[in-house]
Design a protein around this ligand. Structure first.
Ligand code: KG4
Ligand code: ZN
Length: 350
């Protein structure tokens, strides 16, 4: 009897190390965060203007035990209380992913608990399950991060269809590159977000790209080049650059494209629910504009709080819970897959 009662709750220990955050979390039943520890390496990578993969791996190995210990103790749990260990195994930086995967394997082996490999982007999408306890598929999700700009149809837990993707730079990558060009440093997104509040979003008309034969896809490299050309032009003519106007006008162009595409797809597919996810989803103007657009189109809007938009392990615990409940288990051969495709767990059927 005691045993059955104990099994009513499923507790996941989740580990995330795909880029520059070493993170661990304890999540109950996929939706309730008992702890969410994030050790950010931003201060270190700032010195180089972006993430240095070798340094990221080294820092992960240094921090990971401490972060996991903290996650367990904040949740007032030990490994005995955990039902499964979930870990990001791709996509991401291979050396960074390997640290989390090796750690998760060691813990699973030592404790005799099941191991569940989780897709990082499926994690980002699942951050919405934590924030919105009633949200269930199907829904459309815009995933905008440093590595991805995807419009994903979430058909069911673990069933995804990519409707649109970026042809070149991801939205977050464009934010980072433009921020570097105007001397704001890394990471660019939050800095452009802040500076934009002081600028005029209509001061400069930057292009809004559309790919003729693939209207649902994104392209941000033309926009990035237009900003660089504008800056060069100003320098050659000796005119002073208003950084706040450049930031605001660039951000306006990104938001315009993301919002327009998302609403077009949502209406074409007749979706009733739309969510955003990934680091760029923490952008304050994007959140306001998407909320407005959804209201105009009579679509229910979902967005995670900023700390769940950028990389964290709670979102991996949420996605890991649904993978675990679908019976997904990994063996000791689990590897890091830097270019892992979304929804592959289903095709493999493991
Ligand atoms: O999801 P994330 O933490 O890591 C990846 O999986 O890539 O996303 C990081 C990206 C970076 O490019 C960062 O500049 C961007 O998200 N970002 C933002 C904001 N906060 C983070 N972009 C725009 N506005 C923000 N407030
Ligand atoms: Zn991410």
């Amino acid at each position: 009897m005691m045993e059955i009662e104990k099994k009513q709750d499923v507790i996941i220990l989740a580990i995330e190390s795909s880029c520059d955050e070493t993170a661990a979390a304890v999540v109950r039943n996929g939706r309730e965060v008992l702890s969410n520890i994030i050790s950010s390496q931003i201060e270190l990578h700032k010195l180089f203007g972006g993430v240095v993969p070798e340094i990221a791996s080294r820092k992960h190995i240094e921090k990971i035990n401490q972060v996991i210990d903290e996650a367990l103790s904040e949740a007032k749990m030990t490994l005995d209380d955990i039902d499964a260990i979930a870990v990001t195994y791709g996509p991401g930086l291979v050396g960074a992913l390997l640290v989390g995967v090796a750690q998760a394997k060691a813990l699973a082996f030592a404790s005799g608990k099941p191991l569940v490999g989780v897709h990082h982007i499926e994690g980002h999408i699942s951050a919405n399950y934590i924030e919105h306890k009633d949200l269930e598929p199907p829904f459309l999700c815009l995933v905008a991060s440093g590595g991805h700009s995807h419009l994903v149809m979430v058909k069911d837990y673990g069933h995804y269809e990519i409707i649109g993707r970026t042809r070149d730079d991801a939205a977050g990558e464009a934010f980072d590159k433009v921020a570097r060009a105007i001397g704001l440093g890394y990471p660019g997104g939050p800095k452009i977000d802040r500076l934009s509040k002081e600028g005029n979003p209509h001061a400069i008309e930057f292009p809004r790209a559309r790919i003729a034969d693939a209207p649902d896809d994104f392209s941000f490299s033309g926009l990035k080049s237009a900003v660089l050309n504008y800056l060069n032009h100003c320098e050659m003519k000796g005119t002073e650059v208003n950084k706040a106007d450049v930031a605001a006008s660039f951000q306006e162009a990104v938001i315009d494209v993301l919002t327009t595409h998302s609403m077009e797809v949502a209406n074409r597919y007749g979706v009733k629910k739309f969510a955003i996810a990934g680091g760029v989803a923490s952008n304050s103007s994007l959140r306001t504009r998407m909320a407005q657009a959804c209201q105009n189109n009579k679509i229910e809007f979902f967005y995670p709080s900023p700390v769940l938009c950028t990389d964290n392990a709670a979102m991996i615990g949420a996605a890991g819970y649904y993978d675990y409940m679908r019976g997904i288990r990994d063996g000791w051969d689990l590897n890091a897959i830097p270019n892992l495709k979304i929804g592959t767990r289903n095709e493999i059927g493991r």
